[in-house]
Design a protein around this ligand. Structure first.
Ligand SMILES: NC(=O)c1ccc[n+]([C@@H]2O[C@H](COP(=O)([O-])OP(=O)(O)OC[C@H]3O[C@@H](n4cnc5c(N)ncnc54)[C@H](OP(=O)(O)O)[C@@H]3O)[C@@H](O)[C@H]2O)c1
Length: 245
């Protein structure tokens, strides 16, 4: 049995992960803003610890993590999953949307790391998991606010992997394709190989037990995205324009 700390578990992938990990007999502590959703999760799974906090609030996040540690002990694994997604094209520069995406998706992770990295270093081991996206591999249409936050998280996870292995802290990156959640419900296009959040949670749990740095799925979609990552610009841009016209 392990203790998992998950941000953004009031819906979608984080919720499915919290439920699956709790059903497997693990100790689970979760953070999100919507108290009603958290309370419902607690009613359904009384052993899950719920904390209401906004990941953009660094002081509150520190308090909540300290509270979690004093209540249930140091988590074995921190899954930093909270995120937002609003499709926004490069022709619609909206400063507050761009800022919000960075604050939630990127700084939200940093605020949790601010507590977990020193704690894991002191203890001499730990496990940090960052929720990226295959949308962070390269620039995509209507992803001008979201995509760069996931590219930044990918780079961050790589840096953490290199810096924290000396302290026996395992670092992993999750790079999903399309998962059916509240976040993707706004997409007006047909999402290739769309999967359920329960299936995504299964893939993630399998990946957490492995020594792979990146947990990416579904496999065929991830393979295509990885090939796209390698292409020179003149082919990449033509292909994406053709595929999304
Ligand atoms: N769905 C996909 O296809 C897909 C693909 C790749 C990556 N991802 C990533 O997976 C993660 C989960 O997304 P999802 O698809 O499961 O969407 P979702 O159902 O909208 O879940 C987002 C979660 O993040 C929490 N959250 C958002 N802003 C927050 C804030 N400021 N403070 C604390 N919690 C916050 C939400 O809870 P509250 O609103 O209650 O705070 C919710 O629990 C995100 O990082 C997303 O980028 C999703």
């Amino acid at each position: 049995m392990s203790h998992y700390f998950i941000t953004g578990a009031s819906s979608g992938i984080g919720y499915a992960l919290a439920v699956a990990l709790a059903k497997n007999g693990n100790h689970v502590s979760v953070v999100a803003r919507r108290k009603d959703r958290l309370q419902q999760l607690k009613n359904d799974f009384p052993k899950i610890n719920i904390f209401s906090a906004d990941v953009t609030d660094s002081v509150k996040m520190q308090q909540v993590i300290e509270e979690c540690i004093s209540h249930s002990g140091m988590p074995d694994c921190a899954i930093l999953n909270a995120g937002k997604y609003t499709p926004l094209g490069g022709d619609q520069i909206d400063v507050s949307e761009f800022c919000d995406h960075m604050m939630v998706n990127y700084m939200g992770v940093i605020h949790a790391l601010n507590s977990f990295v020193p704690n894991f270093k002191n203890r001499g081991f730990g496990h940090i998991v960052i929720m990226g996206s295959t949308a962070g591999y390269r620039g995509l249409p209507k992803s001008a606010a979201y995509g760069p936050t996931k590219a930044a998280l990918t780079n961050l996870a790589e840096a953490l992997y290199l810096d924290l292995s000396a302290y026996s802290i395992k670092v992993q990156l999750i790079s999903p394709g399309f998962v059916e959640t509240d976040a993707t419900a706004v997409n007006e296009f047909k999402m290739p190989q769309l999967m359920s959040s329960e299936d995504a949670a299964k893939q993630i749990i399998k990946g957490l037990d492995s020594n792979r740095f990146e947990i990416c799925f579904p496999s065929r979609f991830a393979f295509v995205m990885k090939i796209l990552k390698l292409l020179p610009y003149f082919i990449y841009f033509r292909l994406i324009k053709w595929a999304t016209k």
